[in-house]
Design a protein around this ligand. Structure first.
Ligand code: C5P
Length: 211
């Protein structure tokens, strides 16, 4: 592998996207939001009227989907059968069903492979739940972000999103395949008491120490 990856994992609303966006800008890295890929599959599953908890039906639906993952500038893009779901990726319905779809091993296998393909395009900062454990376990650059549950719930409410952060974290941490956990070699960054600026500074210090 010629290119390098920064892996950022952690529970919902821990600050992963904010950090990834800033690192992408400052360091010129491709920013990959792996959650958007799980959301896109979930969006299509719901569009097809498939029960997200019916694993076999989800696998059948997945077989018929064409997923297109690319970049626009330095940001990852995702489309299903030629359609970019846009804001619908963050709908209440997708929030409520994405953990079930993301627990399906076939879905993960398919998306992990697409996620690894981004390294062909350049250096990346990728955020998700299993980036340091499964997608890029060999990278030295790993940050596990966390924040108090009350702080995380408040962050979602601030942006007006209907999202059961606690339920998703519970499901994402307990699933059998690639559960959310602290990767070997990851540095833990708790952002509860941080501003964006001090959080970014702490992350840069971690990355320098890992390099
Ligand atoms: O990051 P975001 O909150 O948008 O992710 C949405 C959901 O996608 C998570 O709750 C999780 O179920 C799933 N996901 C995952 N593995 C990743 C990224 C996201 O299982 N690497």
């Amino acid at each position: 592998i010629l290119h390098r990856a920064i892996a950022i994992d952690g529970p919902a609303a821990s600050g992963k996207s904010t950090l990834a966006r800033i690192l992408s800008k400052r360091l010129g890295l491709i920013m990959v939001n792996s959650g958007a890929m799980y959301r896109a599959v979930t969006w299509k599953v719901l569009q097809l009227g498939v029960d997200a908890n019916d694993r076999l039906a989800v696998v059948e639906a997945l077989k018929g989907m064409e997923l297109q993952c690319g970049v626009d500038g330095l940001s990852s893009t995702v489309a299903v059968d030629g359609v970019d779901p846009g804001d619908e990726l963050r709908s209440e319905e997708v929030n409520a069903n994405v953990s079930a779809v993301a627990a399906v091993p076939e879905v993960r296998e398919c998306l992990v492979s697409l996620q690894r393909d981004y390294l062909k395009l350049g250096d990346v900062v990728m955020e998700g739940r299993d980036i340091g454990t499964v997608v890029f376990p060999e990278t030295p650059y790993k940050i596990y972000m966390d924040a108090d549950p009350t702080v995380r719930e408040a962050r979602r409410e601030e942006v007006g999103e209907v999202d059961s952060v606690a339920a998703r974290d519970h499901a994402d941490s307990r699933r059998e395949t690639a559960p959310l956990k602290i990767a070997e070699g990851a540095a833990i960054l708790d952002t509860s008491g941080h501003t964006i600026e001090t959080g970014v500074a702490a992350a840069l210090e971690i990355l320098v120490s890992q390099g």
